[in-house]
Design a protein around this ligand. Structure first.
Ligand code: ADP
Length: 158
């Protein structure tokens, strides 16, 4: 069974993340969405457990998706779970520059682990968690950027 990890902050999970996840599910039998957070540094907009709840609500109809939280290096999570593929989405050339460096560092630390880049679909390439947080803070309609079936306004912010 081919399994991949899709790591990120997901603060919160957006239609852009959902789009990458759907594409990843065409390549892998199972995708584990892993919410990364810094255990020592408080912060974030939604706490990690809330982010997990939002992702579970967005993916409830997808049988091959699991959701977890983690801290520390993504390759350590991969090693713990026995998974050799990391999914990352690419929106811009800036994403590519940052992500290619991280993927090379990961490969150096563990040659077994491969990063698969999935390009953003054109209609979602401008969507980011930052935009969603700004819209929420200022009382705009964030549902435009959140996957169907998720009522983002019901979740408590930090
Ligand atoms: P991180 O803080 O690790 O970058 P994010 O939650 O911002 O986490 O993003 C997780 C992953 O999803 C990253 O690979 C990011 O490039 C990708 N991503 C975010 N938004 C989009 C989008 N609109 N389209 C495609 N990929 C995206």
């Amino acid at each position: 069974m081919r399994t991949a990890i899709f790591p990120g902050s997901f603060d919160p999970f957006t239609v852009g993340h959902y789009d990458v996840l759907e594409q990843a599910l065409k390549l892998f039998d199972k995708v584990i969405v892993a919410v990364g957070y810094n255990a020592t540094k408080k912060g974030g907009f939604f706490d990690p457990d809330t982010r997990v709840e939002i992702i579970k609500e967005a993916t409830a109809h997808l049988p091959n998706v699991e959701v977890c939280t983690y801290t520390g290096l993504t390759i350590k999570l991969c090693q713990k779970l026995g998974v050799n593929y990391i999914i990352r989405g690419l929106r811009t050339t800036t994403d590519f520059e940052l992500e290619s460096v991280i993927s090379q560092a990961n490969k150096k630390m563990d040659p077994q682990i491969n990063t698969i880049f999935i390009p953003a679909s054109q209609e979602y390439s401008f969507v980011s968690s930052t935009v969603v947080r700004d819209v929420l803070i200022h009382g705009g309609d964030a549902s435009l950027f959140i996957p169907n079936g998720v009522d983002i306004n019901k979740y408590k912010k930090i």
